[in-house]
Design a protein around this ligand. Sequence first.
Ligand SMILES: [Fe+2]
Ligand SMILES: [Fe+2]
Length: 420
Amino acid sequence: MEILLIDKPQDTAWRFSMKDELDLHGYKKIAIMGGTFDPIHYGHLITARAVRERLGIERVVFMPTGNPPHKQGGTVTDAHARYDMTRLAADGEPGFAVSRIETDREGMSYTLDTVNQLSSMCDKKCKIYFIIGADALSEITDWYRPKELMRLCRIIAVTRPGTKLRELKDRALYLKNNYGAHIRLIEVPAVDISSTDIRNRVFAGMSISFLTPPAVCSYIEKNGLYKSDDGFDDIRKKLYLSLTPKRFLHTRGVAEEAKKLAAVYGCDPDKAYLAGLLHDCAKDLGRQRSAELCKKYSVELDRVLKTQPDLIHSFLGAVLAQKEYGVNDEDIINAIRYHTTGRPDMSVLEKIIYLADFFEPSRKSFDGMERIRSLAYEDTDAAMDFSLNHTIDYNSKKNRLIHPLSLRAAEFYKNKNKGG
Ligand SMILES: [Fe+2]
Ligand SMILES: [Fe+2]
């Protein structure tokens, strides 16, 4: 997958110097807090401060990750911008510092290399701690040379109030006995802020104040990070308020993927984008609200929809796009209506939305995903044939009824690809 550096500040005169100005001499206890920090927010800062206070750490060093290696893909803001924002957030807080070790490193980055490099900047007797989320304890043994890492630094595993400690304590003991690890479990205040939500909010044209320090808010605004000036802000705001953060991210992914596919097939990119944004607009309404709206707008529920309410959102979504989002374009409405079932002889836009839904960047990988992606960019009919069969197989294995539209669509694209 190609890396997409989604947001790069317009002028590349970064806020802070490219030189590492970090001086870590004279300290006895330093903790590293790694993360993408895209962007950093109060949740990170509160965690860092809690750890510092509890363990008498003199400096918490925030370590924003660098640009991901070329083949790893994903969407992440340029490393220099993330470093700048982390510096702005940490500046002025005694005991906080930011390192650009990973920002400046090209290619794959191992925690072990980072800790080694940082420790060479400290006095010999300085104890180095590494802060991780407690859930990462279960996977730390898969990291690069875990034994060396756990000997080189002590691990601080942070938990949220209410986390069951029993299993974590067992895991910590296992790591101590088998890897020589020193692990401290520290409970930090629960702050329900996420970088994803901040990006979603900016993308939806909503305020992010009180989520990250004012200097970071200004940086994001000044550099146009995370936003899109395309006139769809009102729709995004409405969607943001009716979808879960994860779904909102997914709709963004489908909209952007649909726009790319539209460019390949000579379809109107704005139409594709709008259809992608709205395709799941009825997905997170909840059973009761969904039933009320189906009744209000006379959305008929056939036998399959009655047994699989999950499919209703595409039929209801098509109506909501008209009635509540003011869309009148028939092709967009049909692309929303048939994005879960498909149908025979779909328009280019209908196929684009159906397919983009499978492989937009935030979608968790599954068997066949890469095949659908590559087919979608080569031949939409072949991609439909493959993906319809994939979905029918998947649902048959789960003993679900297959919608007649999907069966007819599968037949249609099978014949079409045979040259029939
Ligand atoms: Fe959907
Ligand atoms: Fe979707």
